[in-house]
Design a protein around this ligand. Structure first.
Ligand code: SAM
Length: 123
């Protein structure tokens, strides 16, 4: 299967310039662990996870997402094979990959949790 066949399409994102507190609220409200960070044009510029938010609180750096988000985001494309997603998650020790189109717009997300569910269903 390809990434586009299994990705979650209704991915929550957050604009750069938002605060850590706003990211924390969004993570809880939307029940996602990962928030891709986008610029005003909707292009991917970073990723923030519940782990990053905890770290920001621990360091008392809660004003802006900019210093705590991961800027070097590992991504995947919709037409890449699911096998590649599994290998990237493993190699970089991460739990999610934003799926981006040719414009760097976020069109979905693949998570380790989602892949486990597929395995459990025998896909
Ligand atoms: N294993 C745990 C996990 O997967 O969430 C924690 C370790 S992981 C190295 C946590 C860091 O990875 C966070 O700082 C997060 O921003 C970053 N991260 C998550 N997904 C990423 C991705 N697709 N590309 C780059 N960094 C990512």
């Amino acid at each position: 299967p390809l990434v586009k066949d299994i990705m979650v399409r209704n991915v929550a994102t957050i604009r750069r310039g938002f605060s850590v507190d706003e990211a924390a609220k969004k993570i809880i409200q939307d029940r996602f662990n990962h928030l891709p960070v986008v610029d005003d044009g909707g292009k991917l510029v970073g990723i923030v996870t519940a782990w990053d938010v905890s770290k920001a609180v621990a360091l008392s750096k809660r004003d802006s997402l900019e210093p705590i988000m991961t800027k070097n985001v590992i991504t995947i494309g919709p037409d890449d094979p699911v096998d590649l997603a599994v290998r990237l998650l493993e190699r970089y020790n991460i739990s999610a990959l934003p799926v981006i189109d040719g414009d760097k717009k976020v069109i979905g997300i693949v998570t380790g949790e989602g892949l486990s569910k597929l395995l459990a269903r025998g896909v």
